[in-house]
Design a protein around this ligand. Structure first.
Ligand code: BG6
Length: 575
């Protein structure tokens, strides 16, 4: 995933604005970045630094998450054509780039990077040598295979050419400026209206505004649609970390979601229940943290007597049997995860119905779905997903409640606030866990997905090896790794005596036991945190929030970068 942005304005603006806007997309990629403003090309390795760099009426910029070619300034975008006149930024993957590169090299093109994206600049250069723009842009659609959101500029022209296939691209206009970006968060504080590109559409954006075309160059009318998206609040009061800020926003985010499910999203929520009831089979498709939320959701639904399959989206087509009576529910924070999009394509090809639960409104996954619910967690900037997990799980618990799961969800925001009162204790516990190279997290039933999610959070923020697993599986092999002093975090749901037995098994082998529990008599000592709820549905969510805090404080204790892993800090200006 990378982030792209382009701005065309009626009047000149400081080029630094491009970097400010790019910074809002930094969660999409963070190893290097660059901009082209019609004259200057800047490339830096490392995180985005907003710096003064002249004025322009049009410019494009890119923040990279390396896929093809290492992290260095040569591979950072924008990429230029041989004559340096054309600059291109790209999000996606050009599958046939090697073949195109060979063909262009045979025509004399010289490549400066190892990326797949650079081929686009040369292909456009070649096409513009042979004909006008009107025929050059359709040629890109014909020749490029793979996924792309492309912004291109020709040196000296205050215009941006934008093309999209399968990677997100959206346009917003405000105060004489037209902005093209990977998602609405890039400009959601400027305007509440946006035009969403569909596949194989393009636009030519000049100072007078945007003109849209289909892949053959036929004009299109594309109306702007209103969207509602929250502003980002200051991160300063949370030690400068989005991760902690976003965890602390959970009570508000849950409250907002619950209100919405009873009001503006009520009809959509009821439609989702009807769709589930009418389907012979329901499959959740998701990745990473969203997968763990869907696993928790499957548990909740199972308790009401329903059977739901949960699949990691990248494996979907290998394990899912989809037909016209199958409902596939995609669960995704961003709504843009390519593996989930591919799973939905497969579902569609096989006649399945598609619903989704997403955080980013109007995202690709939402637009692929016949029905979509918003979790309303608000912008999630930290790469490690936190409040989105809590709201995904809350929405799924609300679905389970509609099918008979007994839970008073309205008190959940207060229960999370009460958990935050124990931050100091959790922090001290995390500090002790952070001293080890390995940690095991065990759960059973509803705490099994939470164990996996906590392990994922610990891995991605503190870089400690963490394994989240079913308590019952320990004895089948992994227990061999438990020795004196190995930390084991046990998620003990009061209603489940088996997890207590599993905890004793590892304790007998000398493990250092840490506990998150709602058990009335456990949770007293310094290595145990008691989470107040008698309802196990809510306990799953509270334990996950506590696990997020453990991951955050462990990473903080180790001095990790937390919001995004930065593997390179060097910064270079190449032109
Ligand atoms: C990964 C992120 O790349 O994508 C995870 O690091 C996230 O935090 C996963 O859970 C899935 O993303 P999404 O947007 O589909 O929920």
């Amino acid at each position: 995933m990378c982030g792209i942005i382009g701005i065309v304005s009626r009047t000149e603006f400081p080029s630094r604005v491009l970097l400010e806007r790019l910074k809002r997309l930094e969660y999409r990629g963070y190893d290097s970045y660059g901009l082209f403003d019609g004259r200057r090309l800047l490339k830096h390795v490392g995180g985005i630094r907003v710096e003064a760099c002249g004025r322009t009426a049009a410019g494009i910029a890119h923040t990279r998450w390396a896929t093809h070619g290492g992290v260095n300034e040569r591979n950072a975008h924008p990429h230029l054509s041989c004559d340096g006149r054309i600059a291109v930024v790209h999000n996606g993957i050009i599958e046939n780039y090697e073949e195109l590169r060979r063909g262009l090299a045979a025509k004399g093109h010289r490549f400066a990077s190892e990326t797949d994206s650079e081929v686009i600049a040369h292909l456009l250069e070649d096409a513009l040598r042979r004909g006008p723009l009107e025929s050059a842009l359709p040629r890109l659609f014909r020749e490029l295979k793979g996924t792309f959101a492309i912004l291109a500029m020709v040196r000296g022209r205050d215009e941006i050419f934008a093309l999209k296939r399968d990677s997100p691209l959206v346009l917003g206009a405000a105060d004489g400026r037209t902005v093209l970006a990977s998602d609405i968060y890039a400009f959601s504080d400027w305007t509440g209206r946006a035009v969403f590109f569909e596949n194989d559409e393009m636009a030519v954006v000049g100072p007078g505004g945007a003109r849209f075309f289909d892949r053959s160059g036929r004009p299109l009318r594309k109306p702007a649609r209103a969207f509602h998206w929250e502003q980002e609040r200051s991160v300063r009061r949370t030690a400068g970390h989005f991760m902690l800020k976003e965890i602390l926003e959970e009570p508000t985010a849950v409250g907002r979601l619950l209100f919405s499910l009873g009001h503006d999203q009520k009809p959509a929520f009821e439609r989702l229940l009807r769709l589930i009831r009418r389907s012979r089979k329901v499959i959740f498709a998701s990745c990473g943290t969203s997968y763990h939320a869907s696993l928790l959701g499957a548990y909740y639904l199972h308790r009401t007597g329903m059977e739901v399959q949960t699949l990691i989206a990248s494996e979907f087509r290998h394990f899912a049997k989809v037909d016209a009576e199958t409902l596939v529910i995609a669960i995704s924070q961003s709504g843009e995860t390519m593996d989930v999009i591919d799973a939905l394509k497969y579902a569609r090809e096989n006649g399945g119905r598609i619903a989704s639960i997403v955080n980013v409104p109007h995202s690709t996954i939402q637009r692929m779905s016949e029905l979509s619910l918003n979790i309303l967690a608000g912008p999630e900037v930290c790469v490690a997903s936190t409040k989105a997990f809590v709201n995904q799980a809350t929405l799924l618990l609300a679905v389970a409640r509609a099918f008979g799961f007994e839970v008073r969800l309205e008190s959940l925001p207060d229960r999370i606030r009460a958990l935050f009162m124990q931050k100091a204790k959790i922090r001290a516990m995390a500090g002790r866990i952070a001293r080890s190279r390995d940690v095991y997290i065990i759960g059973r039933g509803l705490t099994y997905p939470v164990a996996r999610e906590t392990a994922l959070k610990i891995k991605e923020t503190s870089y400690i090896h963490a394994e989240g697993m079913m308590g019952g599986e320990l004895k089948h092999g992994t227990i061999a790794l438990i020795e004196k002093g190995t930390p084991v975090l046990s998620l003990i749901n009061a209603g489940d005596p088996d997890i207590v037995s599993n905890t004793k098994e590892v304790e007998a082998r000398g493990a250092d036991i840490f506990i998150l529990t709602n058990h009335p008599t456990l949770g007293g000592d310094r290595n145990a945190v008691h989470l107040k709820t008698a309802n196990d549905g809510k306990f799953g969510i509270l334990a996950a929030a506590a696990g997020q805090l453990i991951a955050y404080y462990a990473a903080a204790a180790l001095g990790r970068p937390i919001d995004k892993p930065r593997n390179l800090a060097k910064s270079v200006t190449v032109k």
